[in-house]
Design a protein around this ligand. Sequence first.
Ligand SMILES: [Zn+2]
Length: 191
Amino acid sequence: MPLSVHLSPSSSPMFSAPPLWEFIKATGRLSVSICRWLNVSVEVHRWHYWILMLIVVGVGFYVLMVIWETMRRSPAITFRDYVEDDFYGIHWGWQWDYDGTLIRRSLRPYCPACKRDLSFTIFIDGSSIDMPCICGKVFSLPAVSLDRLNDWLTREIDVNIRTRKFVSIVEKQRAQISPPTGDKRASDMSM
Ligand SMILES: [Zn+2]
């Protein structure tokens, strides 16, 4: 059915309708014409219909897959997700302040083998810092002040952030389903 939009102005030359009202009326008439045109049945061949159906199903399936993939993907990893790592043969955990600075006093050593907190058994003597764990392993670091040790750890964390290495570290940590109980790194602890 051909589209026919009747846009003739009011018949009376004395009356001039405001342009906006004319525009609204014309839009209404056009909408009615479009609806009539859309409402007319069409006849297509079966192969034509089935090809269209296959395309619709294919596109729909693809869109669903894209939505599913987007929902499944974990949100982007930021430095705030980087809260643990292994340094000097010991597993360390820490927290970030609200302004993005590392809270130094939150740095805590953990046994890489059994994940127990080692901060209660830190022994500093003239030659080394020893951290024995209940599981039997003993971790040793060169004798420095705890403040200096925190400096070293902060520097290592900082370099992993600036080189973006932390992203792969966090991804690896997230991929681990269970904590590594027989971690090999635990055996070559002594420094
Ligand atoms: Zn342990």
